[in-house]
Write a protein that binds this ligand. Structure first.
Ligand SMILES: *[C@@H]1O[C@H](CO)[C@@H](O)[C@H](O)[C@H]1NC(C)=O
Ligand SMILES: *[C@@H]1O[C@H](CO)[C@@H](O)[C@H](O)[C@H]1NC(C)=O
Ligand SMILES: *[C@@H]1O[C@H](CO)[C@@H](O)[C@H](O)[C@H]1NC(C)=O
Length: 431
C-alpha cells in the first residue's frame, strides 16, 4: 500500500468519525458481526441489485462503484459543510469525463457536493453529500441472526440518474476499494474486517447473497458446505490502476486457453499499462457478458469456433456473433458440453469457463457464445481494460475480496459441488 493510499484511508476514517460519531456508539447494536444481504438479478436488464436499505428497497450493485447514492433524497436531508474532511473524500470521487467543481470553489458554510454516477449509461450528476441509513441482518455465515441498521456517508442524486437501472431501484451501492464504498463503511461502522463475499445468482428467479465483514460462508447442500476458509487460503493479488485510481478490482491474466491449448494473442496483450491506465483485466457487475479487446477476442473466437466445429450453428443474435442450435448441444452438470476456456492467472491458477459460463441460451432453439468484442456491441472506452469479466461469467461461483490485504479468491462453478448462490439459508437462525 502506498503512502498516498494509507493516508487517504486515515483521512477518511477521521472524517467519518466526525460526521457519524464513533462507530460503536451509534450503530443500532454492538454488532462486531458480518452482515448478510440478498442479491437479485433483474430479468429486463441482466443487472444485479442488493437489498441493503430499510424496507428491502434495492440498490444497483456496482462492484467497481466508489459511492453509495440514493435518488430523490427527502427534503430536508442532512448535509455537510464543504470545508470538512468528509467532503474532501466525497468530492474526490468524481468520475472520469464528468464535470465537477474544484475543491477550491468551496465557500465557507456551503453544502458539500458529491458526484453520483450511473455506471450503466455513464450519466453524471451532482447533488448533496448526505447520510444514508442502511439495514441488513447480522450473520455468522449460515443464517441471518438479527437486524442491524447503521448510517453511512453517501450522496443524494437527481431522479434522472435512475434511467437505465433496473425498475424499482432507488440508487447505487458501490463496492469498490475506495473509502466511501459499502464494504469499507461496513468494516468501519460495525468494526469488522473490510472483506466481502459475493455470490451472484444465475437466474432472475433466484436470490444470490453478499456477506460483508468476513467470517464463514455456508451454502445449503447435502451436507451444507463452508466455502470461505478454502478461498481465503488461495488468494490472488488485486491490482490497482495507478493512472485512474478508480478503486475497481483489477487482476492479472497471463493468457487464455481453449481445450488446454493456449490461444495466440499478441505479446503483452493482457498487461495493464500503468502510465496510460489501459489494459489489464477487471471485474464488472454492470457489464452483463465478458468483453474482450478485439486483439484478444478474435483469436479466442477462432479457437472456440474450431473447437466446436462439429456442433450445428444457428444464425447469430446480437450482441453475440457465434450461436449454436440448442438441440445439437449435450448438457453436463457444468452446463453445455463444450471445450473449456481457461483464463490463466498468476501462480498457475485458472479461472475455467465450462459450458455453463461460456454459452448462454438466448431462446428456445438458440445458444450463443457468451463473450463479446469490445467496440462492436459496447463502446471501447478510451481507458479500456483488455478484459472486462462480466456478470454472467461471475455468476454461480463464490467470489471473496479482501480490501485490507488487497487480494481476491474465487471458487469454481458451484454446480460442481451440487449447490448454488440461491442456497444461502435465509431463515433466521438462533442468535
Ligand atoms: C432479516 O432477516 C429476516 C429473516 O430472514 C428478514 O425477514 C428481514 O427482512 C431481514 N432484514 C433485513 C433488513 O434484511
Ligand atoms: C491452467 O490452464 C492451462 C491451459 O489450459 C493448463 O495447461 C494448466 O494445466 C492449467 N492449470 C491448472 C492448475 O489446472
Ligand atoms: C435453515 O436454517 C434454520 C435455522 O437455523 C434451520 O432450522 C433449518 O433447518 C435450515 N434449513 C436447512 C434446509 O438446513
Amino acid at each position: 500500500m502506498s503512502l498516498h493510499r494509507s493516508s487517504v484511508a486515515l483521512v477518511a476514517l477521521l472524517a467519518m468519525s466526525v460526521v457519524l460519531g464513533s462507530p460503536r456508539c451509534t450503530a443500532s447494536t454492538d454488532v462486531h458481526k458480518p452482515i448478510v444481504a440478498r442479491v437479485r438479478k433483474d430479468a429486463s436488464t441482466s443487472l444485479y441489485t442488493i437489498a441493503i436499505k430499510v424496507g428491502g428497497v434495492p440498490l444497483l450493485l456496482d462492484l467497481a462503484g466508489p459511492l453509495l447514492w440514493l435518488a430523490n433524497c427527502p427534503s430536508p436531508h442532512r448535509t455537510f459543510p464543504c470545508d470538512t474532511g468528509v467532503c474532501k473524500i466525497a468530492s474526490w470521487n468524481h468520475p472520469p469525463n464528468c464535470p465537477h467543481m474544484p475543491a477550491t470553489a468551496c465557500s465557507k458554510g456551503a453544502a458539500c457536493t458529491a458526484y453520483p454516477y450511473n455506471p450503466v449509461d455513464g450519466r453524471c450528476g451532482h447533488d448533496d453529500a448526505t447520510t444514508i441509513t442502511l439495514a441488513a441482518n447480522a450473520t455468522e455465515g449460515k443464517n441471518p441472526l438479527f437486524p442491524v441498521s447503521f448510517r453511512a456517508v453517501g450522496s443524494c442524486a437527481p431522479g434522472e440518474l435512475l434511467a437505465s437501472l433496473p425498475p424499482g431501484t432507488a440508487g447505487v451501492a458501490g463496492l469498490s476499494r475506495l473509502p466511501l464504498s459499502l464494504p469499507w463503511q461496513v468494516g468501519y461502522r460495525l468494526d469488522v474486517p473490510k472483506q466481502f463475499a459475493l455470490c451472484l445468482p444465475g437466474g432472475s428467479g433466484s436470490d444470490g447473497v453478499a456477506v460483508f465483514g468476513g467470517g464463514p460462508f455456508q451454502l445449503l447442500a447435502a451436507p451444507p458446505v463452508e466455502l470461505a476458509a478454502g478461498l481465503r487460503e488461495n488468494q490472488l493479488p488485486i491490482l490497482r490502476n495507478p493512472k485512474t485510481n478508480n478503486g475497481a478490482y483489477y487482476f492479472r491474466i497471463t493468457g487464455i486457453a481453449v481445450n488446454q491449448e493456449k490461444v495466440p494473442t499478441p505479446p503483452g496483450a493482457f498487461d495493464l499499462d500503468p502510465r496510460r491506465g489501459t489494459g489489464g483485466a477487471v471485474f464488472s457487475t454492470v457489464t452483463p457478458y465478458t468483453a474482450l479487446r478485439p486483439d484478444i477476442y478474435r483469436p479466442l473466437h477462432d479457437a472456440f469456433d474450431a473447437a466446436t466445429s462439429g456442433i450445428a450453428r444457428a444464425p447469430p443474435l446480437a450482441p453475440f456473433d457465434m450461436c449454436y442450435q440448442a438441440s445439437a448441444l449435450g448438457v453436463t452438470r457444468l452446463g453445455y458440453a463444450v471445450a473449456n476456456i481457461d483464463l490463466m492467472l498468476e501462480g498457475g491458477r485458472n479461472w475455467t469457463l465450462s459450458g455453463g459460463s461460456s454459452l448462454v441460451q438466448v431462446d428456445d432453439h438458440t445458444v450463443c457464445f457468451a463473450i463479446v468484442e469490445m467496440g462492436v456491441s459496447m463502446p471501447a472506452a478510451a481507458n479500456s481494460p483488455a478484459v472486462i469479466v462480466g456478470g454472467f461469467q461471475m455468476e454461480e461461483r463464490l467470489l471473496m475480496f479482501d480490501l485490507e490485504k488487497g487480494t481476491f479468491g474465487f471458487s469454481g462453478p458451484l454446480s460442481g459441488i451440487r449447490t448454488g448462490c440461491g442456497n444461502f439459508n435465509f431463515t433466521r437462525g438462533p442468535e
